[in-house]
Design a binder for this molecule. Structure first.
Ligand SMILES: Cc1cc2nc3c(=O)[nH]c(=O)nc-3n(C[C@H](O)[C@H](O)[C@H](O)COP(=O)(O)OP(=O)(O)OC[C@H]3O[C@@H](n4cnc5c(N)ncnc54)[C@H](O)[C@@H]3O)c2cc1C
Length: 404
Protein backbone atom coordinates (compact mmCIF):
# COMPACT_ATOMS: atom_id res chain seq x y z
CA UNK A 1 0.00 0.00 0.00
CA UNK A 2 1.22 3.50 -0.92
CA UNK A 3 2.34 5.23 2.29
CA UNK A 4 3.41 8.77 1.46
CA UNK A 5 5.81 10.83 3.52
CA UNK A 6 4.13 14.11 4.49
CA UNK A 7 6.54 16.83 5.59
CA UNK A 8 5.24 19.96 7.33
CA UNK A 9 7.58 22.96 7.49
CA UNK A 10 6.96 25.35 10.39
CA UNK A 11 4.98 24.79 13.59
CA UNK A 12 3.18 28.12 13.70
CA UNK A 13 -0.57 28.65 13.54
CA UNK A 14 -0.84 26.94 10.17
CA UNK A 15 1.80 24.21 10.41
CA UNK A 16 1.02 22.98 13.90
CA UNK A 17 -2.72 22.92 13.26
CA UNK A 18 -2.12 20.91 10.06
CA UNK A 19 -0.09 18.41 12.09
CA UNK A 20 -2.75 18.26 14.82
CA UNK A 21 -5.50 17.64 12.23
CA UNK A 22 -3.54 15.05 10.27
CA UNK A 23 -2.77 13.01 13.39
CA UNK A 24 -6.51 12.89 14.03
CA UNK A 25 -7.76 12.07 10.54
CA UNK A 26 -4.98 9.81 9.19
CA UNK A 27 -4.29 6.30 10.44
CA UNK A 28 -0.60 5.48 11.14
CA UNK A 29 -0.70 3.04 8.21
CA UNK A 30 -1.85 5.72 5.79
CA UNK A 31 1.18 8.06 5.95
CA UNK A 32 4.45 8.91 7.63
CA UNK A 33 4.38 12.48 8.93
CA UNK A 34 7.35 14.70 9.79
CA UNK A 35 7.04 18.15 11.33
CA UNK A 36 10.07 20.47 11.09
CA UNK A 37 10.44 23.59 13.21
CA UNK A 38 13.28 25.84 14.33
CA UNK A 39 12.40 25.54 18.02
CA UNK A 40 10.98 22.78 20.20
CA UNK A 41 8.06 25.09 20.99
CA UNK A 42 5.25 26.82 19.15
CA UNK A 43 4.74 30.47 20.01
CA UNK A 44 1.54 32.44 19.84
CA UNK A 45 2.63 35.05 17.32
CA UNK A 46 -0.47 37.08 18.13
CA UNK A 47 0.83 37.56 21.69
CA UNK A 48 4.35 38.66 20.76
CA UNK A 49 3.58 42.37 21.23
CA UNK A 50 2.81 41.57 24.87
CA UNK A 51 6.15 39.78 25.30
CA UNK A 52 7.90 42.69 23.57
CA UNK A 53 6.29 45.20 25.94
CA UNK A 54 6.92 43.04 28.99
CA UNK A 55 3.26 42.60 29.93
CA UNK A 56 3.33 38.83 29.30
CA UNK A 57 6.03 36.35 30.23
CA UNK A 58 7.63 34.55 27.25
CA UNK A 59 6.96 31.16 28.93
CA UNK A 60 3.23 31.80 28.62
CA UNK A 61 3.50 32.34 24.87
CA UNK A 62 5.47 29.11 24.36
CA UNK A 63 3.67 25.83 23.82
CA UNK A 64 5.95 22.78 23.82
CA UNK A 65 5.30 21.05 20.49
CA UNK A 66 5.53 17.65 22.12
CA UNK A 67 2.49 18.61 24.24
CA UNK A 68 0.43 18.89 21.05
CA UNK A 69 1.65 16.17 18.73
CA UNK A 70 1.41 12.43 19.16
CA UNK A 71 4.95 11.23 18.65
CA UNK A 72 3.76 7.74 17.71
CA UNK A 73 2.24 9.36 14.66
CA UNK A 74 4.47 12.35 13.95
CA UNK A 75 8.23 12.52 13.75
CA UNK A 76 9.29 15.93 15.09
CA UNK A 77 12.56 17.40 13.80
CA UNK A 78 14.09 20.55 15.32
CA UNK A 79 16.05 22.20 12.54
CA UNK A 80 16.25 25.25 10.29
CA UNK A 81 14.72 25.01 6.84
CA UNK A 82 17.09 26.44 4.24
CA UNK A 83 15.69 25.50 0.82
CA UNK A 84 12.90 23.57 -0.86
CA UNK A 85 14.18 21.53 -3.81
CA UNK A 86 10.94 21.06 -5.72
CA UNK A 87 12.40 19.08 -8.61
CA UNK A 88 14.06 16.54 -6.31
CA UNK A 89 11.15 16.53 -3.81
CA UNK A 90 13.59 17.26 -1.02
CA UNK A 91 14.00 19.92 1.68
CA UNK A 92 17.43 21.13 2.68
CA UNK A 93 17.67 21.67 6.42
CA UNK A 94 20.70 22.99 8.30
CA UNK A 95 21.64 19.57 9.67
CA UNK A 96 20.21 17.18 7.08
CA UNK A 97 18.19 16.78 3.91
CA UNK A 98 14.79 15.09 3.88
CA UNK A 99 12.61 13.74 1.07
CA UNK A 100 8.88 14.21 0.85
CA UNK A 101 5.95 12.98 -1.19
CA UNK A 102 3.63 15.72 0.04
CA UNK A 103 4.93 19.00 1.48
CA UNK A 104 3.13 21.63 3.56
CA UNK A 105 4.85 25.01 3.84
CA UNK A 106 3.86 27.09 6.87
CA UNK A 107 7.01 29.11 7.50
CA UNK A 108 5.23 32.36 8.31
CA UNK A 109 6.47 35.89 7.83
CA UNK A 110 9.51 38.11 8.26
CA UNK A 111 9.91 41.88 8.58
CA UNK A 112 9.63 43.65 5.23
CA UNK A 113 13.25 44.78 5.19
CA UNK A 114 12.93 46.41 1.79
CA UNK A 115 10.76 49.05 3.49
CA UNK A 116 13.08 49.58 6.45
CA UNK A 117 15.22 52.73 6.25
CA UNK A 118 18.84 52.28 5.32
CA UNK A 119 20.39 52.57 8.75
CA UNK A 120 18.39 49.77 10.24
CA UNK A 121 20.50 48.14 12.93
CA UNK A 122 18.69 50.19 15.57
CA UNK A 123 15.26 49.01 14.53
CA UNK A 124 13.53 46.26 16.48
CA UNK A 125 11.06 44.05 14.59
CA UNK A 126 8.47 41.90 16.38
CA UNK A 127 8.81 38.69 14.40
CA UNK A 128 9.45 35.90 16.86
CA UNK A 129 9.84 35.24 20.56
CA UNK A 130 13.56 35.97 20.62
CA UNK A 131 13.36 39.40 19.06
CA UNK A 132 10.31 40.20 21.20
CA UNK A 133 12.45 39.38 24.26
CA UNK A 134 15.30 41.47 22.90
CA UNK A 135 13.03 44.49 22.54
CA UNK A 136 11.74 44.10 26.11
CA UNK A 137 15.33 43.85 27.41
CA UNK A 138 16.39 46.88 25.35
CA UNK A 139 13.56 48.96 26.85
CA UNK A 140 14.43 47.93 30.40
CA UNK A 141 18.15 48.50 29.79
CA UNK A 142 17.49 52.05 28.64
CA UNK A 143 15.28 52.78 31.63
CA UNK A 144 17.99 51.40 33.91
CA UNK A 145 20.75 53.47 32.29
CA UNK A 146 18.57 56.60 32.36
CA UNK A 147 17.98 56.13 36.08
CA UNK A 148 21.73 55.88 36.71
CA UNK A 149 23.26 58.39 34.31
CA UNK A 150 24.17 61.88 35.43
CA UNK A 151 23.43 63.68 32.20
CA UNK A 152 20.00 62.34 31.42
CA UNK A 153 19.59 61.34 27.79
CA UNK A 154 15.90 61.79 26.89
CA UNK A 155 16.37 59.55 23.84
CA UNK A 156 16.41 56.58 26.24
CA UNK A 157 12.79 57.19 27.19
CA UNK A 158 11.48 58.02 23.71
CA UNK A 159 9.99 55.02 21.97
CA UNK A 160 9.01 55.31 18.32
CA UNK A 161 6.70 52.70 16.78
CA UNK A 162 6.93 52.80 12.99
CA UNK A 163 3.61 51.61 11.60
CA UNK A 164 0.05 52.17 12.73
CA UNK A 165 -1.45 48.90 11.52
CA UNK A 166 -2.62 46.03 13.73
CA UNK A 167 0.84 45.19 15.17
CA UNK A 168 1.85 48.82 15.82
CA UNK A 169 -1.43 49.67 17.51
CA UNK A 170 -1.49 46.51 19.61
CA UNK A 171 2.11 47.16 20.70
CA UNK A 172 1.32 50.79 21.60
CA UNK A 173 -1.60 49.54 23.72
CA UNK A 174 0.59 47.13 25.67
CA UNK A 175 3.47 49.57 26.07
CA UNK A 176 1.31 52.35 27.42
CA UNK A 177 0.09 49.90 30.05
CA UNK A 178 3.62 48.83 30.91
CA UNK A 179 5.22 52.27 31.20
CA UNK A 180 3.80 53.26 34.62
CA UNK A 181 5.11 50.08 36.26
CA UNK A 182 8.43 50.24 34.44
CA UNK A 183 8.91 53.90 35.40
CA UNK A 184 8.10 53.13 39.02
CA UNK A 185 10.54 50.23 39.02
CA UNK A 186 13.37 52.52 37.90
CA UNK A 187 12.34 55.66 39.85
CA UNK A 188 11.55 57.57 36.69
CA UNK A 189 8.79 60.14 36.33
CA UNK A 190 6.43 58.42 33.90
CA UNK A 191 5.53 61.73 32.23
CA UNK A 192 9.10 61.83 30.86
CA UNK A 193 8.38 58.77 28.70
CA UNK A 194 7.11 59.32 25.15
CA UNK A 195 5.45 56.67 22.97
CA UNK A 196 5.20 57.97 19.44
CA UNK A 197 3.39 56.14 16.67
CA UNK A 198 4.42 57.09 13.13
CA UNK A 199 2.07 56.14 10.32
CA UNK A 200 2.75 57.00 6.69
CA UNK A 201 -0.95 56.90 5.71
CA UNK A 202 -3.32 59.65 6.78
CA UNK A 203 -4.91 57.39 9.39
CA UNK A 204 -3.91 54.50 11.60
CA UNK A 205 -5.57 51.10 11.00
CA UNK A 206 -5.95 51.92 7.33
CA UNK A 207 -9.10 50.47 5.78
CA UNK A 208 -10.87 50.13 9.15
CA UNK A 209 -14.18 51.86 9.77
CA UNK A 210 -13.84 55.47 11.06
CA UNK A 211 -15.64 54.79 14.33
CA UNK A 212 -13.19 51.97 15.15
CA UNK A 213 -10.18 54.10 14.23
CA UNK A 214 -11.45 57.02 16.33
CA UNK A 215 -12.07 54.77 19.30
CA UNK A 216 -8.56 53.28 19.08
CA UNK A 217 -6.91 56.68 18.75
CA UNK A 218 -8.89 58.26 21.58
CA UNK A 219 -8.26 55.32 23.89
CA UNK A 220 -4.50 55.33 23.25
CA UNK A 221 -4.11 59.12 23.22
CA UNK A 222 -5.94 59.42 26.52
CA UNK A 223 -3.27 57.12 28.00
CA UNK A 224 -0.37 59.06 26.48
CA UNK A 225 0.38 57.70 23.00
CA UNK A 226 1.26 60.40 20.44
CA UNK A 227 0.21 59.81 16.83
CA UNK A 228 1.94 61.36 13.84
CA UNK A 229 0.15 60.38 10.63
CA UNK A 230 1.26 61.05 7.05
CA UNK A 231 4.80 60.54 8.39
CA UNK A 232 7.32 58.19 6.81
CA UNK A 233 10.31 56.92 8.78
CA UNK A 234 13.37 57.48 6.60
CA UNK A 235 16.34 57.12 8.93
CA UNK A 236 17.10 55.45 12.23
CA UNK A 237 20.49 56.03 13.82
CA UNK A 238 21.64 55.21 17.33
CA UNK A 239 20.08 58.20 19.08
CA UNK A 240 17.83 59.80 16.52
CA UNK A 241 15.21 58.95 13.95
CA UNK A 242 14.19 61.05 10.99
CA UNK A 243 10.78 61.08 9.40
CA UNK A 244 9.37 62.91 6.44
CA UNK A 245 6.06 64.74 6.62
CA UNK A 246 4.64 67.15 4.05
CA UNK A 247 8.08 67.39 2.43
CA UNK A 248 9.87 68.27 5.71
CA UNK A 249 12.51 66.14 7.43
CA UNK A 250 11.85 66.01 11.15
CA UNK A 251 14.04 64.46 13.86
CA UNK A 252 13.11 62.77 17.11
CA UNK A 253 15.72 61.76 19.67
CA UNK A 254 14.97 58.10 20.32
CA UNK A 255 16.96 54.99 21.15
CA UNK A 256 14.09 52.58 20.61
CA UNK A 257 12.48 52.23 17.20
CA UNK A 258 10.04 49.39 16.75
CA UNK A 259 9.32 48.15 13.25
CA UNK A 260 5.61 47.52 12.71
CA UNK A 261 5.64 48.86 9.18
CA UNK A 262 5.01 45.66 7.30
CA UNK A 263 5.85 42.00 6.94
CA UNK A 264 6.33 39.71 3.99
CA UNK A 265 6.22 35.97 3.46
CA UNK A 266 9.26 33.90 4.43
CA UNK A 267 11.92 34.55 1.77
CA UNK A 268 12.70 30.81 1.53
CA UNK A 269 9.85 30.59 -0.99
CA UNK A 270 11.54 32.97 -3.42
CA UNK A 271 14.96 31.42 -2.81
CA UNK A 272 13.41 28.05 -3.69
CA UNK A 273 12.08 29.31 -7.02
CA UNK A 274 8.41 29.18 -6.02
CA UNK A 275 6.24 31.44 -8.13
CA UNK A 276 5.11 34.34 -5.95
CA UNK A 277 2.96 37.48 -5.80
CA UNK A 278 4.40 40.09 -3.40
CA UNK A 279 6.66 37.37 -2.03
CA UNK A 280 3.79 34.98 -1.26
CA UNK A 281 3.38 31.64 -3.01
CA UNK A 282 0.63 31.60 -5.60
CA UNK A 283 -1.69 28.77 -4.72
CA UNK A 284 -4.82 27.29 -6.26
CA UNK A 285 -8.05 27.28 -4.28
CA UNK A 286 -7.15 23.80 -2.94
CA UNK A 287 -3.98 25.43 -1.46
CA UNK A 288 -1.51 23.58 -3.71
CA UNK A 289 1.03 25.58 -5.67
CA UNK A 290 -0.26 26.66 -9.07
CA UNK A 291 2.31 24.44 -10.80
CA UNK A 292 2.83 21.58 -8.35
CA UNK A 293 0.37 18.95 -7.11
CA UNK A 294 2.38 17.91 -4.06
CA UNK A 295 3.16 21.19 -2.32
CA UNK A 296 0.57 22.93 -0.14
CA UNK A 297 1.30 26.42 1.15
CA UNK A 298 -0.64 27.94 4.03
CA UNK A 299 -0.68 30.92 6.41
CA UNK A 300 1.35 34.07 5.76
CA UNK A 301 3.38 32.27 3.08
CA UNK A 302 0.35 31.81 0.81
CA UNK A 303 -1.30 34.20 -1.60
CA UNK A 304 -4.84 32.79 -1.55
CA UNK A 305 -7.13 34.55 -3.96
CA UNK A 306 -10.51 35.59 -2.60
CA UNK A 307 -12.87 35.59 -5.60
CA UNK A 308 -15.43 37.69 -3.69
CA UNK A 309 -13.11 40.65 -3.18
CA UNK A 310 -10.64 39.91 -5.99
CA UNK A 311 -7.80 40.34 -3.50
CA UNK A 312 -5.76 37.95 -1.38
CA UNK A 313 -7.16 36.78 1.94
CA UNK A 314 -5.54 38.75 4.77
CA UNK A 315 -2.45 37.35 6.45
CA UNK A 316 -3.90 36.55 9.84
CA UNK A 317 -3.76 33.73 12.35
CA UNK A 318 -7.40 32.97 11.54
CA UNK A 319 -6.64 32.53 7.84
CA UNK A 320 -3.66 30.31 8.73
CA UNK A 321 -5.75 28.05 10.99
CA UNK A 322 -8.61 27.76 8.52
CA UNK A 323 -6.17 27.00 5.71
CA UNK A 324 -4.57 24.29 7.88
CA UNK A 325 -7.95 22.55 8.21
CA UNK A 326 -8.46 22.60 4.44
CA UNK A 327 -4.88 21.48 3.71
CA UNK A 328 -5.22 18.52 6.11
CA UNK A 329 -8.55 17.52 4.55
CA UNK A 330 -7.13 17.78 1.04
CA UNK A 331 -4.01 15.78 1.89
CA UNK A 332 -6.17 12.90 3.08
CA UNK A 333 -8.37 13.24 -0.02
CA UNK A 334 -5.29 13.28 -2.28
CA UNK A 335 -3.92 10.11 -0.67
CA UNK A 336 -7.28 8.38 -1.12
CA UNK A 337 -7.76 9.61 -4.69
CA UNK A 338 -10.81 11.68 -3.72
CA UNK A 339 -11.82 15.23 -4.76
CA UNK A 340 -10.14 18.16 -3.09
CA UNK A 341 -12.09 21.07 -1.61
CA UNK A 342 -11.55 24.80 -2.07
CA UNK A 343 -10.50 27.18 0.66
CA UNK A 344 -13.14 29.68 1.69
CA UNK A 345 -12.52 31.75 4.81
CA UNK A 346 -15.29 32.00 7.32
CA UNK A 347 -15.95 35.69 7.81
CA UNK A 348 -14.81 36.17 11.36
CA UNK A 349 -13.65 39.78 11.36
CA UNK A 350 -10.65 41.19 13.15
CA UNK A 351 -10.04 42.69 16.58
CA UNK A 352 -7.10 44.86 17.67
CA UNK A 353 -6.26 44.78 21.36
CA UNK A 354 -5.48 48.14 22.96
CA UNK A 355 -3.85 46.81 26.09
CA UNK A 356 -5.39 45.17 29.11
CA UNK A 357 -9.17 44.81 28.74
CA UNK A 358 -9.53 47.25 25.88
CA UNK A 359 -9.88 46.45 22.20
CA UNK A 360 -11.73 47.41 19.07
CA UNK A 361 -12.90 45.44 16.07
CA UNK A 362 -15.56 44.07 13.83
CA UNK A 363 -17.05 40.60 13.67
CA UNK A 364 -18.29 38.40 10.83
CA UNK A 365 -21.80 39.89 10.94
CA UNK A 366 -20.37 43.39 10.53
CA UNK A 367 -21.10 44.19 14.16
CA UNK A 368 -18.57 46.52 15.76
CA UNK A 369 -17.20 45.90 19.23
CA UNK A 370 -15.45 48.40 21.52
CA UNK A 371 -13.74 48.29 24.91
CA UNK A 372 -14.01 45.31 27.24
CA UNK A 373 -16.58 43.58 25.02
CA UNK A 374 -14.13 43.54 22.11
CA UNK A 375 -11.36 42.37 24.46
CA UNK A 376 -13.62 39.56 25.68
CA UNK A 377 -14.44 38.43 22.12
CA UNK A 378 -10.72 38.39 21.30
CA UNK A 379 -9.91 36.29 24.36
CA UNK A 380 -12.72 33.88 23.48
CA UNK A 381 -11.35 33.40 19.99
CA UNK A 382 -7.83 32.85 21.37
CA UNK A 383 -9.21 30.27 23.80
CA UNK A 384 -11.08 28.57 20.97
CA UNK A 385 -7.83 28.19 19.05
CA UNK A 386 -6.10 26.65 22.07
CA UNK A 387 -8.97 24.19 22.51
CA UNK A 388 -8.90 23.25 18.82
CA UNK A 389 -5.14 22.69 19.00
CA UNK A 390 -4.72 20.82 22.25
CA UNK A 391 -8.12 20.25 23.87
CA UNK A 392 -9.04 21.11 27.46
CA UNK A 393 -5.49 20.50 28.73
CA UNK A 394 -3.96 23.21 26.60
CA UNK A 395 -6.92 25.52 27.14
CA UNK A 396 -6.53 25.34 30.92
CA UNK A 397 -2.74 25.73 30.73
CA UNK A 398 -2.62 28.70 28.38
CA UNK A 399 -6.16 30.05 28.14
CA UNK A 400 -7.11 33.64 28.87
CA UNK A 401 -9.62 33.77 31.67
CA UNK A 402 -8.85 37.25 33.04
CA UNK A 403 -12.14 38.53 31.71
CA UNK A 404 -12.46 41.68 33.83
C1 LIG B 1 2.45 41.32 17.17
C2 LIG B 1 1.49 40.62 16.25
C3 LIG B 1 0.14 40.61 16.56
C4 LIG B 1 -0.76 39.95 15.72
N1 LIG B 1 -2.09 39.93 16.04
C5 LIG B 1 -2.96 39.22 15.31
C6 LIG B 1 -4.33 39.12 15.70
O1 LIG B 1 -4.76 39.71 16.68
N2 LIG B 1 -5.16 38.34 14.93
C7 LIG B 1 -4.71 37.66 13.84
O2 LIG B 1 -5.48 36.93 13.21
N3 LIG B 1 -3.42 37.75 13.43
C8 LIG B 1 -2.53 38.51 14.12
N4 LIG B 1 -1.21 38.57 13.74
C9 LIG B 1 -0.78 37.89 12.51
C10 LIG B 1 -0.56 36.39 12.78
O3 LIG B 1 0.28 36.23 13.89
C11 LIG B 1 0.05 35.69 11.57
O4 LIG B 1 -0.80 35.94 10.47
C12 LIG B 1 0.17 34.18 11.83
O5 LIG B 1 1.11 33.94 12.85
C13 LIG B 1 0.59 33.42 10.56
O6 LIG B 1 0.65 32.07 10.85
P1 LIG B 1 1.69 31.12 10.09
O7 LIG B 1 1.38 29.73 10.48
O8 LIG B 1 1.72 31.45 8.64
O9 LIG B 1 3.12 31.57 10.64
P2 LIG B 1 3.69 31.65 12.14
O10 LIG B 1 2.61 31.51 13.14
O11 LIG B 1 4.54 32.87 12.18
O12 LIG B 1 4.63 30.38 12.23
C14 LIG B 1 5.78 30.16 11.44
C15 LIG B 1 6.60 29.06 12.11
O13 LIG B 1 7.66 28.70 11.24
C16 LIG B 1 8.87 28.66 11.98
N5 LIG B 1 9.96 28.97 11.05
C17 LIG B 1 10.12 30.12 10.33
N6 LIG B 1 11.20 30.04 9.55
C18 LIG B 1 11.73 28.83 9.78
C19 LIG B 1 12.85 28.13 9.25
N7 LIG B 1 13.64 28.68 8.32
N8 LIG B 1 13.11 26.89 9.68
C20 LIG B 1 12.32 26.30 10.62
N9 LIG B 1 11.23 26.89 11.15
C21 LIG B 1 10.95 28.14 10.73
C22 LIG B 1 8.70 29.71 13.06
O14 LIG B 1 9.58 29.49 14.14
C23 LIG B 1 7.23 29.50 13.42
O15 LIG B 1 7.09 28.49 14.38
C24 LIG B 1 -0.28 39.27 14.54
C25 LIG B 1 1.08 39.27 14.25
C26 LIG B 1 1.97 39.95 15.09
C27 LIG B 1 3.44 39.94 14.76
Amino acid sequence: MYKPHIVILGAGYGGLMTAARLQKILHVNEANITLVNRNDYHYQTTWLHENAAGTLKPEHTMIPIRDVINQDKIDFVIDDVLLIKKEEKKVKLKKQEISYDILVVGLGFEAETAKIPEVCEHIFPIENLNNARLLREHLEYNFAIYANEENKNAARLNIVIAGGGLTGIEYAGELVNRVPALSKEYDIDKTQVRIINLECEQSILEGWNDSLVNYAMNSLESRGVEFITGAKLIEAAQDVIVYEKDGDRIEIQAKTVVWAGGVRANSILEKSGVSTTNGKAEVRSDLRLIDNDDIYVIGDCAHIHNPETNTAYPATAKTAVEAAMVAAYNIKAQINGESLISFKAKKKGVIASLGYNDAVGVLFNGRKYFGWKAALVKKMSENRYLFQLGGMNLLFKKGRFNIF
